[in-house]
Design a protein around this ligand. Structure first.
Ligand SMILES: [Zn+2]
Length: 194
């Protein structure tokens, strides 16, 4: 919570500056509001969302100058720095392969390699057989493709109606049974009800 006399950072559309809290009150909508004074002496009315502690960095703050970079680099782990500094680099051949993959409307790479072997595509791409570049579009596009119609078992094999311990005929057969309250009158579930 802010208190009177505290120095805060005020940010509003197109404006960020240091301000001093002069008064805290509830406005007509019962929202906590601060009357603040900027360094140039202007008096502003600010909501809680527009004010923040200068010691707490803004989540949307992206460093733009060297001192900022140096300060923030101490809070980033070495692995993260390595990943930022060395994005995955593709060889010229891999780039050509991916461009071809795109031109073939993202044809699966396994089929593309079959086409290389059959002579439809340049044989030089065989070098990539064990070093295929990832196609980000394909990876993200297929990420959500999980089987939903058929449940697989925990081992990953397709599920079956036949249990593991089934040895005799009839062990997996189940049937729904309707019991009629009126003997001889069987509920009808199909056709025109009579
Ligand atoms: Zn692709």
């Amino acid at each position: 919570m802010f208190h009177v006399g505290e120095t805060l950072v005020y940010s509003s559309t197109g404006r960020t500056s240091y301000v001093k809290v002069k008064e805290i009150f509830l406005n007509e909508d019962n929202q906590l509001t601060c009357k603040v004074v900027s360094a140039s002496g202007d008096e502003l009315t600010a909501t809680q969302e527009q004010l923040r502690d200068p010691n707490l960095p803004d989540i949307a703050h992206i460093p733009s100058n060297i001192p900022d970079y140096k300060e923030l680099a101490t809070t980033i782990s070495d692995d993260q720095l390595k990943a930022i500094a060395n994005p995955v680099q593709l060889s010229p051949l891999q780039e050509e392969w991916l461009a071809l993959h795109e031109r073939l409307w993202h044809l699966p790479q396994s089929i593309m390699f079959r086409m290389v072997k059959a002579g439809f595509l340049n044989k030089k791409f065989l070098k990539l057989l064990n070093n295929r570049p990832p196609c980000v579009s394909c990876l993200f596009g297929q990420a959500h493709r999980k089987p939903w119609r058929y449940k697989s078992s925990t081992e990953g094999t397709a599920s079956t109606l036949r249990g593991n311990k089934v040895s005799k005929p009839g062990q997996t057969v189940g049937a729904d049974q309707l019991v009629s309250a009126q003997p001889g009158l069987v509920p009808q579930e199909k056709g025109a009800l009579t």
